[in-house]
Design a protein around this ligand. Structure first.
Ligand code: ADP
Ligand code: MG
Length: 256
């Protein structure tokens, strides 16, 4: 049985290096079901790498991921972890991701984009995949755009399709990596509005963003990442209004 408030995702001593550069320097994080966590930090602090490690788009160099009480992958020599392909596909279905650059399939319609995961990963029938895809497009306010190709949609609409595509997999954890950073300013609100609407589902979400005002209202918890470490972890009120660390204060000052 799963209960709101259980630990859904546990990250233990996560390290990630690219060549000789260590980008994540030991991340420990316990994510409870239903938490909405905003991740803040300067460019290059490791926010994207952290999210990408959480659904193993990047292989952690060291450390453990535990999803729903089960360790992901098998320990390997040298402190790393081995992952089997089938396991990775399952994991990526359970931990969904929305990217800054949408990453839609350009040759597919909006509906086909949303159907693809349920068809190919979850093995749903076409009829069922179509039904749920249409429902998810409606959820993000794009019920009328099912037959449009991405090139015919605005950036905000493309990102809403990408959100529908992630939702169609019914992930336990949904990751957003700066979902509004490549949008024209007038399109940011519609995407944040959709993300905010998802709060009522009680789904666990981790959101990397520079929209501090949105983070303040949306998040139940805020992390501040600095040079590959979590420097601050607390309720929005505390982290944004009375941060413990001088580094956090300096970061926040840039937004005021
Ligand atoms: P953020 O999302 O906080 O801006 P990233 O996680 O994208 O930071 O990057 C953190 C650091 O890791 C940066 O210095 C970046 O250049 C480096 N990095 C990220 N991905 C790679 C990669 N695939 N190969 C080499 N270096 C990388
Ligand atoms: Mg990034």
């Amino acid at each position: 049985m799963t209960v709101a408030g259980d630990v859904v995702l546990q990250v233990e001593d996560l390290h990630k290096s690219f060549g000789s550069t260590e980008v994540l320097k030991g991340i420990d994080l316990s994510v409870r079901r239903g938490e909405r966590i905003a991740i803040l930090g300067s460019s290059g602090s490791g926010k994207s790498t952290l999210l990408r490690c959480l659904n193993v788009l990047e292989m952690p160099t060291r450390g453990r991921l535990i999803l729903d009480g089960e360790a992901v992958g098998k320990p390997a020599a040298g402190g790393g972890t081995r992952y089997r392909e089938a396991e990775l596909n399952r994991l990526r279905a359970r931990v969904g991701m929305v990217f800054q650059q949408f990453n839609l399939f350009p040759h597919m319609t909006a509906l086909e984009n949303v159907m693809e995961g349920p068809l190919s990963v979850l093995g749903r029938s076409r009829a069922e995949a179509r039904r749920t895809a249409q429902r998810h497009l409606e959820r993000v306010g794009l019920g009328g755009k099912a037959e449009a190709h991405p090139a015919r949609l605005s950036g905000g609409q493309q990102q809403r399709v990408a959100i529908a595509r992630a939702l169609a997999m019914d992930p336990e954890v949904l990751l957003f990596d700066e979902p509004t950073s490549s949008l024209d300013p007038e399109l940011v609100g519609e995407v944040l509005g959709v993300i905010n609407d998802l709060s009522e589902d009680g789904r666990t979400m981790l959101l990397v963003t520079h929209e501090l005002g949105f983070a303040y209202h949306f998040a139940t918890r805020i992390l501040f990442l600095h040079e590959g470490r979590i420097l601050e972890d607390g309720p929005p009120e505390q982290v944004l209004k009375s941060p413990r660390e001088e580094r956090t204060r300096r970061f926040l000052d840039r937004f005021t």
